[in-house]
Design a protein around this ligand. Structure first.
Ligand code: NAD
Ligand code: IPM
Ligand code: MN
Length: 366
């Protein structure tokens, strides 16, 4: 299979973890006889430096034309005081909006080897298997242009949604729940926000179309609490943009580290942008110690969901599991009696597991 993959490494640890994902994908391509062609483009702070804007036109064009997009992370202290249009994060928001990637899928599944890596008790995290379906192109992030008024003493951000925007993400929530354990938790703040009351109405309407799915409404503050006291009570969560952003970073604690979680941002026709949920981690950038697994798992997510390469995606995920079972871990993971490794070493261990797997397959075939 021949695929054109747009690589947007971004800033901070972005290029370090992207290198890992690229190396692992190259091994997959060799072993399974695929042709992955990588096209690297600028986004975020490095694009501001080189082009004066965080999402150059040529990057957007390449992203639209390729078969799938892999993104590292954007942002960092260097650009913190730039005007809004030159902030790295605006590049990320713009690519999501311009490509219409309205649904962000954030699976949170405990890898058994990391059961002790979470600060939460083993019996609490043990059965966690959740997917957060986060609305990605509306809400507070995309309201009327935010503004400061009255000499900077007053400020406005606007939370606005169109009905169709809520309908399509809520549908995605039901469809996802249907393909899983058929339980949907809709998270909102309907006791305060009008937008949440409309959201709840739409969830109730859609529920009639999905009688097999049990639906529960949970207010976001309570959901934040339940997520770490009883994560096993969740299956599929559907929620608006900002709530989904916050809850998914919180949920990463279940898996042992923010560095473990992948995500997919998709639209109806299947074009997908795959990225870890974490940011550019300026505090560890350049040290070669970042956890590459969220990025590698984002690449396997791409293989499965955009290219239909189930066997290859499973092989990659299996290799990640094996590396962790052998006790290898980066510094963000609190693994007792394990082997602390760098980003590059972790990548090599994953590649080693992948290669060992294909050698044992060869032996089986002989
Ligand atoms: P962050 O996610 O970058 O980091 C939070 C903490 O988690 C840090 O201590 C960091 O070292 C650690 N961490 C994150 N990823 C890690 C990994 N792979 N391995 C090991 N440790 C990891 O969040 P932040 O510090 O609040 O934000 C830093 C910058 O990243 C900001 O500019 C922010 O806007 C940006 N950001 C970008 C994205 C994105 O591009 N998708 C997402 C979140 C934040
Ligand atoms: C994420 C990030 C982004 C978001 C920022 C950097 C705009 O936190 O992808 O989770 O809030 O969506
Ligand atoms: Mn976030």
């Amino acid at each position: 299979m021949k695929k054109q993959i747009t690589l947007l490494s971004g800033d901070g640890i972005g290029p370090e973890i992207m290198e890992s994902a690229k190396e692992v994908l190259q091994v997959i391509a060799e072993e399974f006889n695929h042709d992955f062609i990588f096209h690297e483009h600028a986004i975020g702070g490095n694009a501001v430096d080189a082009y004066g804007e965080p999402l150059p036109e040529e990057t957007l064009k390449a992203a639209e034309e390729g078969d799938a997009i892999l993104l590292g992370a954007v942002g960092g202290p260097k650009w913190e005081n730039h005007p809004v249009y030159q902030r790295p994060e605006q590049g990320l928001l713009k690519i999501r909006k311009s490509l219409g990637l309205f649904a962000n899928l954030r699976p949170i599944k405990l890898i058994p080897a990391l059961i002790h890596a979470s600060p939460l008790k083993e019996e609490i995290v043990a059965a966690s298997d959740i997917v957060i379906i986060r609305e990605l192109t509306g809400g507070l992030y995309f309201g009327k242009p935010s503004e400061r008024r009255d000499n900077g003493n007053s400020v406005v951000d606007t939370l606005s949604y169109e009905r169709y925007e809520m309908e399509r993400i809520i549908e995605k929530g039901f469809e996802t729940a249907l393909s899983r354990r058929k339980h949907l938790t809709s998270v909102d703040k309907a006791n305060v926000l009008e937008s949440s009351r409309m959201w709840r109405e739409i969830v109730e309407e859609k529920a009639k179309k999905y009688p097999e799915v049990t639906v529960e409404h949970v207010l976001v503050d309570a959901a934040a609490m339940k997520l770490i006291t009883n994560p096993a009570s969740f299956d599929t969560i559907v929620t608006e943009n900002l709530f989904g952003d916050i809850l998914s970073d919180e949920a990463s604690v279940i898996t042992g580290s923010l560095g473990m979680l992948p995500s997919a941002s998709v639209r109806e026709d299947g074009l997908g942008l795959y990225e870890p949920i974490h940011g550019s981690a300026p505090d560890i950038a350049g040290k070669g110690i970042a956890n590459p697994l969220g990025m590698i798992l984002s690449a396997s997510f791409m293989l499965r969901d955009s290219f239909g390469l189930e066997v290859e995606a499973n092989a990659m995920e299996q290799a990640v599991n094996e590396a962790l079972e052998q006790g290898y871990h980066t510094a963000d993971l609190d693994v007792k009696d394990g082997t602390l490794v760098s980003t590059k070493e972790m990548t090599d261990v994953v590649i080693g597991s992948l290669s060992a797997r294909s050698i044992s397959d060869d032996i089986c075939y002989m």
